[in-house]
Design a protein around this ligand. Structure first.
Ligand SMILES: Nc1nc2c(ncn2[C@@H]2O[C@H](COP(=O)(O)OP(=O)(O)OP(=O)(O)O)[C@@H](O)[C@H]2O)c(=O)[nH]1
Ligand SMILES: [Mg+2]
Length: 455
């Protein structure tokens, strides 16, 4: 049993309604003291999952006219008794409602404490708690739909299946180790080897799904680079379909980094417009160029823009030399005043797209090409299967995989059986880390600090 916590669960600001949430053993006692229901019922007479109209007060002072939801343990978000007070939205009223609740004995909750209780009280596992956070922070429908699968318990169930298979193996090993006199020859019968193979294959698939999961969840940091005046800012504006960045005919217009997120068929693309790179004496422009170069290193995708109305020059070639890896798409802009240009000096770039931001030619085709470039395979097809999106899960599953690998090695080289027992425990423990059956306070603090108050 934990103490009673309360917080405002709706965003700060003016709105139609604000919600103050209470959870814990004294939730109803506190409510009894500050709520006068229109029905004149006692709180204890109110049924669970009912909404009750009345006045919230502090002795003689009326705080607000409210609707109160009564949620009785254990079928609640935290598995504790809970109360949700729907009051008028707005800074003052919601704050006053909360203040009153705190005055009568609740403690202000910490960030993410409601969800933390849901976890500690065993209603959800850690993967589901993390899914709640991902849903709140979700940038696209696709990423939210992955998180919803996780919240539903898909990953939790998968891990439970794997653990069950490993426990069968462990049971057998224990018998062999405990009763050597039985003289069990075969260290592992075939069906148990199958168990190990299945765990191996599944962890491998899950680990392999992470890159895709991360892409859907976090998107791709994409820098638009090129020499001055080629149309980088115009390109950003075209994709955003608004005049976000300043565009002029003067080379060196963009001085600072401009960052915007767009939704490219469900992938959040973090687009970064940069200062055109060239040699300059201008201090401010120089600083902008340094940032551009840094972005070229940091970003996961580069859109390298050149001016299609002019021949390639030393400045284009200098930028081209700084391109490190494969993740670059070449954009030939200004094809409305097209010149025949020879792309041979820019041989690192394998994919070229022709556009005109001025005449709005090729923009949608460009977006499609960027999408297929970053997806590389059909994401629609795989989105049905289980995809992990969390580095913590990936790291733990890698430990599982290593442990299973060790077991196979022990079997193949005829090493003593007790080694298998050690690795089996490691495999089981790392699976328990994913779901949070094994977790430290530090880890929980780390996960829940990213939540909002009142969630
Ligand atoms: N003809 C033509 N002109 C364009 C096109 N796209 C951009 N421009 C012009 O090119 C000039 C430079 O455009 P910007 O978008 O400011 O170029 P930039 O690469 O951001 O330049 P810096 O910020 O200085 O590095 C402006 O005068 C634009 O109107 C195009 O497709 N066709
Ligand atoms: Mg610019």
């Amino acid at each position: 049993m934990y103490d009673t916590i309360a917080a405002i669960s709706t965003p700060k600001g003016e709105g139609g309604i604000g919600i103050v949430r209470i959870s814990g053993k004294d939730a109803f006692e506190i409510l009894e003291k500050i709520f006068k229901p229109h029905s004149k019922k006692k709180i204890s007479e109110m049924k669970t999952f009912t909404i009750n109209y009345g006045i919230l007060h502090n002795n003689d002072e009326v705080i607000d006219e409210v609707l109160v939801s009564i949620l009785r343990a254990p079928s609640t978000y935290t598995r504790e008794n809970m109360v949700e007070i729907n009051c008028h939205g707005g800074y003052i009223v919601t704050e006053k409602v909360l203040e009153t609740v705190l005055r009568y004995g609740a403690r202000h909750s910490e960030i993410g404490e409601f969800t933390r209780r849901a976890f500690l009280n065993g209603r959800i596992d850690l993967t589901q708690a993390e899914a709640v956070l991902d849903i709140i922070h979700g940038k696209t429908e696709k990423s939210v739909s992955l998180s919803l699968n996780q919240l539903r318990g898909d990953l939790k169930e998968q891990i439970a299946t794997l653990k069950k298979l490993l426990l069968d193996v462990a049971a057998h090993i224990n018998v062999v180790l405990d009763y050597p006199e039985e003289g069990i020859e075969d260290p592992l019968p075939l069906n148990l080897v199958d168990n190990l193979n299945f765990v191996m294959k599944t962890t491998d698939l899950l680990i392999g799904s992470y890159d895709k999961g991360k892409l859907i969840k976090e998107g791709l940091k994409t820098a638009i680079v090129g020499k001055p005046n080629v149309g980088k800012s115009s390109l950003l504006n075209s994709i955003l379909r608004e005049d976000r960045a300043i565009v002029t005919h003067i080379p060196g217009t963009t001085r600072d980094i401009i960052e915007e997120v767009i939704n490219l068929n469900g992938i959040p693309l973090v687009l970064i417009d940069t200062a055109g790179i060239r040699k300059t004496e201008d201090l401010v422009e120089h600083m902008g160029i340094e940032k551009s170069k840094k972005m070229m290193k940091e970003c996961e995708l580069l859109l390298f823009v050149i001016d299609g109305s002019k021949k390639i020059d030393k400045e284009d070639i200098a930028i081209h030399e700084n391109i490190k890896d494969e993740n670059v798409i070449g954009i030939i802009n200004k094809i409305d005043i097209k010149e025949k240009i020879d792309l041979t000096p820019l041989s690192k770039v394998k994919n070229w797209i022709e556009i005109s931001t001025k005449e709005n030619i090729g923009i949608e085709e460009m977006e499609e090409k960027i999408y297929s470039f970053i997806i590389r395979e059909d994401i629609e097809e795989t989105s049905q299967k289980l995809i992990i999106t969390n580095i913590r899960h990936k790291t733990a599953l890698e430990k599982t995989k290593d442990a299973i690998n060790n077991i196979f090695e022990t079997i193949n080289t005829g090493l003593p059986m007790d080694l298998i027992a050690v690795d089996l425990k490691e495999a089981l423990d790392s699976l328990s880390e994913v779901t949070g059956e094994i977790s430290s306070e530090d880890l929980l603090d780390h996960i829940f600090k990213n939540f909002c108050v009142g969630k």
